[in-house]
Ligand binder design. Structure first.
Ligand code: ADP
Length: 446
């Protein structure tokens, strides 16, 4: 087992990883930018190394700075968390060159799944259903229009390097194609330094349901059931839950099997997520694979009593998995608490937290790195906490969530708490009756 793990991340996920390491008797090294000096992950780690100024590219995205910190502290493994370098093949490969174990996918696996257009081809070959669309990247507007007419509008143009819902445009007719093409290319070029686009049939009113999988170094993989992430705003997740209210045992078996097929096709090592779109007839289509731990992993942990970070570390150190699949026993919901103003278009609201009281009690888990007096830097993501509530049934989990949200006090900045409180009362949400379109019609005013 590893003796010392460096956590190449910040915020709640850095703290989340430190907690598991402590329980496993593994020493930890935090890295931080000068904007994060006062963050809890710095305080809770055994050692901490400053890796640069606030901009991510000079700190959390700087491979040389992070590797130097690992060398300096003699860390034998690096956990990348999510975002930043977690799906960076070069980083995974540099770690390998330095003899430091990257707790995540191999460079080869990241490469094969990171490019979304080629990931689809790999999955198709493995027998996983995919959304009909272009084979690989589109060369021109003309080719796109011909293809769109072939599969039928609406279609969606997507950035092959995409992430976080950026670089996507839905197109309904020929006349709009060129504009959508230009703006998607521009957005993805600016965000990812890669403006390659591919095209898919736009599935109307789908659910976003993803399967958590874990694979070991010996080619074995199992699934840990699903998460429903259909409550999104501009393709970004706001609320996640497990199991999905739309799931049936039969669909879970089919999707689970497909996910395992996909994972074994690339001999997947570590924790990963296969994202699917599911239409109202319960047809499901592969969308992408995330080769890292996800923000919403706690809902899975809660319903099957399983520490995903611990299993990631064990698998990375060479421990084999049992190979059995896991099925839900409970119901868990996660609300992302962002420092954003839900009354003003979810505008980021950085600043100082003047008062902070975290909810508690049975069935309540709060993953956060903030506290009263904490200054939220404007350089990073606006998520400041995750509130996860678990109960025997979905109805009870919603009641626990309402109660916990009403106890949560965060003052000094605007947060998404009022939005979540309203959502928990929504009759369609309560009935489990929602798709990725839900937020388009959800009315939220003061
Ligand atoms: P990202 O990596 O940027 O998050 P995804 O491929 O995971 O992009 O897609 C994000 C969201 O966009 C999905 O959850 C879904 O709501 C929507 N989406 C993506 N592809 C399609 C499609 N073919 N049809 C309908 N909605 C889609």
């Amino acid at each position: 087992m590893f003796k010392k793990i460096l956590i190449a991340n910040r915020g709640e996920i850095a703290l989340r990883i430190i907690r598991t390491c402590k329980e496993m008797g593994i020493k930890t090294v935090a890295v931080y930018s000068t904007a994060d000096r006062e963050s809890l992950h710095v305080r809770f780690a055994d050692e901490a190394v400053c890796i640069g100024p606030p901009p991510s590219k000079d700190s959390y995205l700087s491979i040389p700075n992070i590797i130097s910190a690992a060398e300096l502290t003699n860390a034998d493994a690096i956990h990348p968390g999510y975002g930043f370098l977690s799906e960076n093949a070069k980083f995974s490969s540099v770690c390998r060159d330095y003899g430091i174990k990257f707790i995540g996918a191999t460079p080869e696996q990241i490469n094969s799944m990171g490019d979304k257009a080629s990931a689809k081809e790999t999955m198709k070959k493995a027998g996983v259903p995919i959304v009909p669309g272009s084979e690989g990247l589109l060369e021109s507007v003309k080719e796109g229009i011909v293809l769109a007419n072939g599969i039928g509008y609406p279609v969606i143009l997507k950035a092959t390097a995409g992430g976080g819902g950026r670089g996507m445009r839905v197109v309904w007719k020929d006349e709009d194609f060129e504009n959508a093409w230009d703006s998607a290319r521009q957005e993805s070029g600016a965000a990812f330094g890669n403006d390659g686009l591919y095209l898919e049939k736009y599935i109307e009113d789908p659910r976003h349901i993803e399967i958590q999988i874990i694979g070991d170094q010996y080619g074995k993989a199992c699934h840990l059931s699903e998460r429903d992430c259909s409550i999104q705003r501009r393709h970004q997740k706001l609320v996640e839950e497990a199991p999905s209210p739309f799931m049936t045992p039969e669909l879970r078996d089919r999707m689970g099997e497909a996910a395992i097929k996909g994972a074994t096709a690339v001999s997947y090592e570590g924790a990963g997520t296969i994202e699917f779109l599911v239409d109202k007839h319960r047809n499901f289509y592969f969308m992408e694979m995330n080769t890292r731990i996800q923000v919403e992993h706690p809902v899975t942990e809660e319903i099957i009593n399983y520490d995903l970070i611990k299993e990631q570390i064990k698998v990375a150190s060479g421990v084999p998995i049992s190979g059995k699949n896991y099925f839900p026993n409970l119901h868990a919901i996660e609300c992302r608490i962002n420092a954003e103003d839900p009354y003003n278009n979810f505008r980021p609201s950085p600043g100082k937290i003047t008062n902070f009281h975290s909810p508690g009690g049975h069935g309540v888990r709060v993953d956060t790195h903030v506290y009263a007096g904490y200054q939220i830097p404007s350089n990073y993501d606006s998520m400041i906490a995750k509130l996860i509530c678990t109960a025997q049934t979905r109805e009870e989990a919603i009641s626990t969530m309402e109660r916990a949200l009403s106890e949560f006090v965060i003052e000094g900045v605007k947060t998404t708490i009022p939005f979540h409180l309203k959502l928990m009362k929504d009759p369609n949400f309560r009935a489990g009756n929602f798709t990725t379109k839900f937020m388009e019609t959800f009315v939220f005013t003061e």
